[in-house]
Unconditional design. Structure first.
Length: 168
């Protein structure tokens, strides 16, 4: 690698997405929900002081519980949950919503056990949007198709999750 940069087709990229994190009311419950469905492990689970600028949602330096879950890669693709311990930010997501709007996140997770993951999601209390369906999307070249099986759900915090696997 070139000084931390990843080089691609006529493009030099200087960053990677390490994780996606969410502010939640109960970090332990949120993490446990995803652990029950996907079998991920806790990479980080600590209380720490959080500066008001990272993220800008609490005053000053505020204590928080931060839990990071990891899947197969030890450094990227993690999912994080942060719970402020003495501050409650105003909710920006309706935990009971059934539709997404402009600016909402879509958390996309690949599984190699579609049927088992779907069953565990229902058992864990996910609000299932669809059962697994087979469908296709245009491939990277724009000339072929990628065959997928996908289902989706809203988690107990109102976060939307799409789970897919490739079909041959």
């Amino acid at each position: 690698m070139n000084g931390g940069a990843v080089t691609g087709k006529n493009v030099s990229v200087s960053g990677i997405i390490r994780r996606t994190s969410f502010i939640v009311a109960d970090a332990d419950a949120a993490a446990s929900f995803y652990q029950a469905i996907f079998g991920w492990t806790r990479f980080y689970d600590n209380e720490t002081a959080v500066d008001r600028r990272f993220p800008p949602s609490a005053p000053g330096v505020t204590p928080a519980q931060i839990i990071l879950l990891k899947a197969d890669d030890p450094y990227i693709g993690m999912l994080g949950f942060m719970e402020y311990l003495d501050h409650t930010p105003a909710p920006s997501v309706d935990k009971d919503r059934t539709k997404l709007g402009m600016g909402d996140a879509l958390l996309v997770i690949e599984t190699n056990d579609m049927e088992g993951t779907y069953k565990r999601a229902g058992e864990a209390g996910a609000r299932l949007v669809s059962e697994p369906i087979d469908w296709t999307v245009t491939d990277y070249s724009g000339e072929g198709v990628i065959k997928l099986a996908t289902f989706s759900f809203f988690d107990p915090n109102g976060l939307y999750v799409e789970v897919n696997t490739r079909r041959d």
